[in-house]
Design a protein around this ligand. Structure first.
Ligand code: NDP
Length: 319
């Protein structure tokens, strides 16, 4: 059987590359001196795309008239122009579920780091302050007694809620739809959620529908004891409004794994004492990334073996 031609626009895990090369002819665009020339010359052969971290849309699609599937790495797919893929009858897949626990662990870790200043306390030891006889100042915030508002109670949001309950937190949530099967109070608006909580966990997807949903009004509603954690997408929070709210005491602190213009973190945000920052590592363990990579491979293998994707993005139900 001839091997289908797969385009790999961006570098992927060696594990994924090796797996794909067993079953497909892989064209590594990121290795090419002139990627556009490769697309022009090879594009018509390409049947599938193994997509790493990077955008995909009409610029690539116009060179790929025979593409059938784009297998994305990651559960979020705001970097893929799904409408353009739908129009071109190209199926898009992503990697849901296999990362839920890892991201939820990161979210809770980031929350505790933020309220108990664990990153700053570690630096205190490393700088020799403790050895010099200076104890770390008492943290003015605590996890205890907090009410956690989850913005995006989906697969990962539910894994966070389960952990939060075990830590003794009260959980509320906001999304577009009330979920009858969950025991947590629902808020039809994000501002309503913020009013009811002092801790906002952002785990909603990026894209135009959620762009800057966490704005000055939401932060004001959260109040002076308010802590914002973002493991969703940077675009969901108005970063300038967040910086201002932290500077003027509208809210207490923030823990951020994702940013509006990654990998750039605004210096004004970094200068603030009650901000904890991580370099988008929500799912970034070897084991979880391998599981995500395996799902990319399995989506492609299943598509070319049976004609069906394993984990299509929801918009594909209409294709
Ligand atoms: P799900 O689709 O399972 O959950 C998303 C939730 O967000 C749903 O409950 C949905 O509820 C809600 N939501 C979606 N759109 C809107 C909207 N416009 N307004 C209000 N609520 C909305 O996704 P996952 O839990 O699997 O993943 C969530 C996100 O986490 C990903 O899209 C990704 O951006 C991010 N992520 C970040 C990682 C990191 O490394 N930091 C790693 C993995 C994921 P409803 O439909 O009722 O509105």
């Amino acid at each position: 059987m001839t091997k289908a031609d797969i385009l790999m626009p961006y570098k992927m895990l060696p594990f994924v590359q090796e797996q794909l090369e067993k079953d497909f002819t892989v064209h590594r665009l990121f290795d090419a001196d002139d990627p556009d020339a490769v697309l022009r010359a090879q594009g018509a052969k390409i049947k599938g795309v193994a997509l790493g971290f990077g955008p995909f849309g009409p610029n690539q699609l116009k060179h790929l008239p025979n593409a059938e599937i784009v297998a994305g790495f990651g559960v979020g797919y705001d970097h893929v122009d799904v409408a353009a893929c739908l129009e071109a009858k190209v199926t898009v897949t992503h990697t849901p579920n296999v990362l839920n626990d890892e991201v939820a662990d990161t979210a809770i870790g980031l929350l505790i780091m933020t309220v108990r200043e664990l990153g700053q306390a570690e630096q205190w030891v490393r700088r020799g302050e403790w050895a010099a006889g200076r104890p770390y100042p008492l943290t003015q915030a605590t996890l205890q007694g907090r009410t956690l508002g989850i913005f995006g109670l989906g697969r990962i949001g539910k894994a966070i809620a389960k952990r939060a309950e075990a830590f003794g937190l009260t959980v509320h949530y906001h999304g577009r739809t009330k979920q009858d099967e969950v025991p947590y109070p629902y808020h039809a608006t994000l501002t309503g959620l913020a009013e009811a909580c002092d801790t906002l966990m952002v785990v909603a997807p990026g894209g135009t529908a959620t762009h800057h949903a966490v704005n000055g009004q939401v932060l004001k509603a959260l109040g002076p004891n308010g802590v914002v954690i973002n493991v969703g997408r940077g675009s969901v929070i108005d970063e300038a409004a967040l910086t201002k709210a932290l500077e003027d005491g509208t809210i207490y602190g923030a823990g951020l794994d994702v940013f509006e213009d990654e990998p750039n973190v605004p210096p004004a945000l970094l200068a603030l004492p009650r901000v904890t920052v991580l370099p988008h590592v929500g799912s970034a363990s070897q084991a979880t990334r391998n599981a995500m990579g395996q799902l990319v491979v399995d989506n492609l293998k299943n598509w070319f073996g049976t004609g069906a994707p394993l984990t299509p993005v929801p918009e594909m139900s209409g294709i």
